[in-house]
Design a protein around this ligand. Sequence first.
Ligand SMILES: Cc1ncc(COP(=O)(O)O)c(C=O)c1O
Length: 479
Amino acid sequence: MKKKNLDMPSNEFKEAGKKLVEWSANYLDNIESLPVLPKVKPGEIKSKIPQLPPIKGESFETIISDLDEKILPGVTHWQHPNFMAYFASTASGPGILADLISSTFNSNGMIWKTSPSLTELEQTVLNWYREMLGFPDYFKGIVYDTASVSSLHAIASAREYIQLGIREKGMSGIPKLRLYCSEHAHSSIDKACLTLGLGLDGIKKIPSNENFEMIPEELEKAIADDKANGIIPMCVVATIGTTSTTSVDPVDEISKICKKENIWLHVDAAYAGVTSMLPEMKKYFKGIENADSIVSNPHKWLFVPIDFSVLFIQKPDVLKRAFSLVPEYLKTNEDSQVENFMDYGIQLGRRFRSLKLWFVIRYFGVEGLQERIREHIRIAHQFAKWIDQSEDFEKLAPTPFSTVCFRAKPKNINDEEKINEFNERLINEINSTGELFLSHTKLNGKFTLRLVISGIRQEERHAENAWKLIQKIFYQLVK
Ligand SMILES: Cc1ncc(COP(=O)(O)O)c(C=O)c1O
């Protein structure tokens, strides 16, 4: 049989590649001409795509033309500078290109041998990242896809740390375990408890103060109560930058309680962790050196394409004890000299993600990244000032980072429920323009609008335009 490369021919790959890089550059250049939120109904995109696969291959031109005609109309444009919802996460040029190389290598870093560069670049770049954030060098970093998965592994380590033989015997017959976090902790912590057999009853939500920060005295009380009732305190999760308001739990005080009680402390800094690069933001990270584990997501606010989450862990041996299981076919002669990433989690295969962070840090430099994040915080604080100066709006939470929580307060409405309805209408009207995308939360029963500045293409003019649009729609609604 004649030898034949069955892949796409190289010349066609090059041509298509050039076209697609150009397509991507044009997309980013023209993104502001697109509506940030697509105007499609559920099922509309699906209805345009054949329900059965093509029997014969199709030309690349046809595929790209379908990308434009069938897919693009249903894309929510996270790269759009008017995407100010959730934690606005964007991908930068170097990060996008690194993803291409990762797929080109298609390395699977199960073990050192299956791609030494993958393992060693990840180790090195995470050391860089740790240095950039100013965390002590006893933290070892590991990449997972998302903060949800990083926290799951941190909490699994906390469960292993109490040494009840769960690895061998499972959860049956062991005393009840407890995880503590504030009412504002992310739902991924609850999901980790579901997955690890603690159940939702295994979580105690600690009350917060008026600034949405966990109250350490309440934590102490909850731990004492549980101990008196034979429940084993297993883990405390503190958050630096909670999802709704970006409030900061007092990690320093919490870490002292954890130390006294010998409880694992996990810090969720998925969004705000990157700000530890800035000397002026260090005040929010007091006590971080005492955490057992910390999660920070470069895919949220460091311009690295999704997905990319880093778990820093002080006791990697505990994480390894929880997960390491080596089948015969994965044993190698180098095992005693190297780190095999499969030992540090549930997944075996892993893509070459560290290329993305490596490209991004090298291209922008630490100073370049610091400048961008600092500018986001400045713009968000500017927006917060406009809210404070307005008679028709009020801020509903402090703004430590780049997320502003606020609501409209029409003078002619006094009833709280009606104010909520008004704000819900306001955000729906804003988002339906396609010019701006905000998300919401509820704080003390108040419907709250959230505006986030963390995208690489966001400038002050975008915040100004957002503020103009919000006011314009407000005045239309109060008329
Ligand atoms: C504080 C915090 N932790 C965890 C997560 C979950 O992030 P991921 O999507 O990476 O799992 C979020 C999501 O926004 C978050 O805000």
